[in-house]
Design a protein around this ligand. Structure first.
Ligand code: HEM
Length: 394
């Protein structure tokens, strides 16, 4: 998409697309402004003039969560779970993430055979965040496979032109959604009766400002949100970062070598991967009043897409914006969004990616990509690849 972004930033930085009935915003300053001005730009899709109620009620569950709720209610919904995602709380989790990452790599290495090839997605980048969030929520290991299948089905998306497949896919989605909803409702009920030290308990019993608790729909929506917001996004941070470190660097320096045993350098390079190949490329908003952005008048009720992935390549904000610079500082990228809805899971995603690379680099002396022809993710809102085969030396 990056060539298209560049052209749009230059020629049509804020433009209306009549076929999608949507405004697209491409420049850094404008994207940031849209995200920051949460009074004028609502996250609630139901406020759009052309909003159509989906056929099935389950599809609106997610609208009951913080991601699609404006202030002041937003703070209430986020407040129920936010302390679990603070860096301090996550510190306790680090050794567990390290063990998991190490185990996954050892297992893949044992299966890899003499060629020492593995698919980063399957072996490592996909299972790690799913297991971590499942454990945080308090889902027992015996239920994990079911859980993984559901989350996988739910994030898949399909192109509009393959009619038969689309019907089948909808059915699968529906099935997965119902099974998962039933599972979570039972688990939440269970935690209300016998609280434990887990996130499900917090969601089931946590108090809001006025002393009330989340409604059944809000609680269920929150479980599903945490599951789908954090999984393939983190998977793709890890895979996109490997592509950046191995394939995107100019000159003949070995970035992996520089990142090994240098925590600070690794952290900085991961931020640059978030900028350069942002797992989430765009976020949607709805204008709640007439507003001028970049000289264009957006009318109340119009839908707006803020292109984070374009903002992160804006030459007005970043020197050498289209170059991957592993030691770039400062780096005020918008990969986790900005303002009120700034990613709740950012500290967790950073921790997981950091630990994942430390463990990977500790076990390898070199990494090469096997393929250059990579299949993009099937999910429409996530930027990355379906699989990433690598060849490595120990
Ligand atoms: C919000 C990206 C990982 C949970 C967001 C937003 C972005 C984002 C761009 C802003 C949405 C908006 O402005 O409308 C990412 C990326 C990730 C990641 C790139 C990985 C690299 C996670 C993880 C979790 C998570 C691991 C939780 C387990 C959330 C939640 C919100 C959110 C709950 C909504 C926050 C709110 O509305 O206040 N994320 N995310 N994310 N993210 Fe993440």
């Amino acid at each position: 998409p990056f060539d298209w972004y560049r052209e749009m930033r230059a020629n049509a930085p804020v433009r209306y697309d009549p076929t999608r009935r949507t405004w697209d915003v491409f420049r850094y300053e404008d994207v940031k402004r849209v995200l920051d001005d949460d009074g004028t730009f609502s996250v609630d899709p139901r406020r759009a003039d052309d909003y159509v109620e989906p056929e099935r009620a389950e599809e609106t569950l997610i609208f009951e969560t913080m991601l699609f709720t404006d202030p002041p209610s937003h703070g209430d919904l986020r407040g129920v779970v936010d302390d679990a995602f603070e860096p301090r709380a996550l510190g306790d989790l680090e050794p567990r993430i390290r063990d998991l990452a190490g185990d996954l790599l050892e297992r893949a290495d044992a299966l890899g055979g003499p060629d020492d090839e593995l698919d980063v997605v399957d072996a490592f980048a996909y299972p790690l965040p799913v297991i971590v969030i499942a454990e945080l929520l308090g889902i027992p290991p015996s239920d994990r496979d079911r859980f993984k299948t559901w989350s996988d089905t739910l994030v898949e998306a399909t192109s509009a032109d393959d009619g038969d497949e689309t019907a089948e896919y909808h059915e699968r989605q529906q099935q997965a959604q119902m099974e998962m909803a039933t599972y979570f409702l039972e688990a939440l009920e269970d935690r209300r009766e016998s609280p434990r030290d887990d996130l499900l308990t917090q969601i089931a019993t946590g108090e809001l400002e006025d002393g009330s608790r989340l409604s059944q729909e809000e609680a269920l929506g929150t479980c599903i949100l945490l599951l789908i917001a954090g999984n393939i996004t983190t998977t793709n941070l890890i895979t996109n970062a490997i592509r950046c470190f191995v394939d995107d660097v100019d000159g003949d320096g070995d970035v992996l070598e520089e990142l090994r045993d240098d925590e600070r350098a690794l952290r900085t390079a991961l931020e640059e991967a978030l900028r350069y190949r942002s797992p989430v490329q765009a976020m949607g908003r709805v204008a709640t009043e007439d507003v001028t952005v970049g000289g264009e008048v957006i009318e109340s009720g119009d839908r707006v897409i803020a292109w984070l992935g374009s903002a992160n390549r804006d030459e007005r904000q970043f020197d050498d914006a289209d170059t991957f610079v592993p030691d770039r500082t400062p780096n005020q990228h918008l990969g986790f969004g900005h303002g009120t809805h700034y990613c709740l899971g950012a500290p967790l995603a950073r921790l997981e990616a950091n630990v994942a690379f430390e463990e990977l680099l500790a076990r390898t002396s070199s990494i090469d990509l096997v393929d250059v022809d990579l299949e993009p993710t099937r999910s429409s809102f996530v930027y990355g690849v379906e699989s990433l085969p690598i060849r490595y030396e120990r």
